[in-house]
Design a protein around this ligand. Structure first.
Ligand code: GLN
Length: 311
């Protein structure tokens, strides 16, 4: 097994549930316990991520970096640690997402707090952030007002604010529960001066007109929803995922609100479902005849994912 170079023990940034290192004697070895947990998770229906999940959850519990587990497979867990680890593995075997079990997820190089009040940020959504950052960089040093509609955990808003100093963000959501999570993330990253949280039905309560509107709104169709992975369907908030029979109810309503809330030349960047490119293009053309520079981009899997245009 590849061992990380010294120093092999580095405390994790966010301590785990116990913050206790395993004692030297008694109990079960780290390597064996992780291997057993991997088998359990795989057998419960998540073979693709079983090994990583088992490692991430133990590292979280012990309050160490994952690399520490590779360096110390012989160390033994205390009975209390074994019990706590077994409880976490049992929850994972019931398909509870790892990010909810650890309470955080990496997004665009930032560590975000997440729980069942918000959608877990996805890697595809980083493509949406890239579009916004590109436009912000081009406009610098001019300061831009950006509206992140349906901010959830605040992932897009904080990623943009952290990487583009010439932006002021309004992070909007109709869920007060989601806004509480976003508020925590904004404070944690010390971005309060440039990210303001607003309870709003889409753009309805946006205080100032926007130079950029970015949104990862719910877009799953009501027929696809029951077929989603159990991890998603059984644990993530449905109101952050499902948007009517074609998955377009919220995107359609957002398009209708745009003219009243956008400055001239406003960039609009939307995340969409894997097969919604044509439908969204048709909606934009029919509801916003003044829209220009419509571009549809695919994600890493080659699925429709990001739409941008100017108003
Ligand atoms: N990409 C998410 C999923 O497939 C859906 C996110 C959304 O509806 N905005 O689970």
């Amino acid at each position: 097994m590849k061992r990380p170079s010294a120093p092999f023990f580095a405390p994790a940034e966010q301590g785990g549930a116990t913050g206790q290192l395993p004692p030297e004697g008694g109990g079960e070895r780290v390597g064996e316990r992780v291997a057993a947990a991997q088998r359990q998770i795989a057998a419960a229906g998540s073979p693709a991520t079983a090994r990583l999940d088992a490692q991430v959850l133990l590292a979280h519990l012990l309050g160490v970096e994952r690399s520490w587990l590779f360096a110390c497979p012989e160390l033994r867990l205390s009975p209390e640690q074994i019990a706590q680890y077994s409880a976490l593995i049992a929850r994972r075997c019931r398909h509870e997402p790892v990010a909810y079990l650890t309470g955080h997820r990496e997004f665009y190089g930032l560590t975000l707090a997440v729980d069942s009040r918000v959608l877990i940020p996805r890697p595809e959504t980083e493509l949406l952030v890239e579009q916004v950052l590109q436009a912000a960089t081009q406009a610098a040093p001019r300061s831009l007002t950006v509206a992140d509609v349906g901010t959830g955990s605040g992932a897009i808003a904080v990623a943009v604010a952290a990487h583009a100093p010439n932006t002021f963000l309004y992070a909007l959501d109709n869920s007060c529960e989601a806004l509480a999570v976003a508020r925590h993330n904004v404070a944690q990253l010390q971005l309060e001066a440039r990210v303001r949280l607003v309870a709003s039905d889409l753009l309805a309560s946006l205080p100032d007109p926007a130079d950029i509107v970015v949104a990862n709104l719910p877009y799953v169709t009501s027929t696809d929803y029951p077929q989603l992975d159990r991890d998603v369907r059984d644990y993530e908030p449905p109101q952050a995922l499902v948007a009517g029979p074609a998955g377009l109810d919220l995107i359609e309503r957002l398009l209708a609100q745009l003219p009243a809330h956008c400055r001239a030349g406003c960039l609009v960047a939307l995340e969409i479902g894997y097969n919604q490119g044509n439908a969204v293009q048709a909606l934009v053309q029919s509801s916003l005849p003044g829209a220009t520079q419509f571009v549809l981009r695919q994600d890493y899997q080659g699925h429709d994912r990001i739409v941008t245009f100017r108003l």
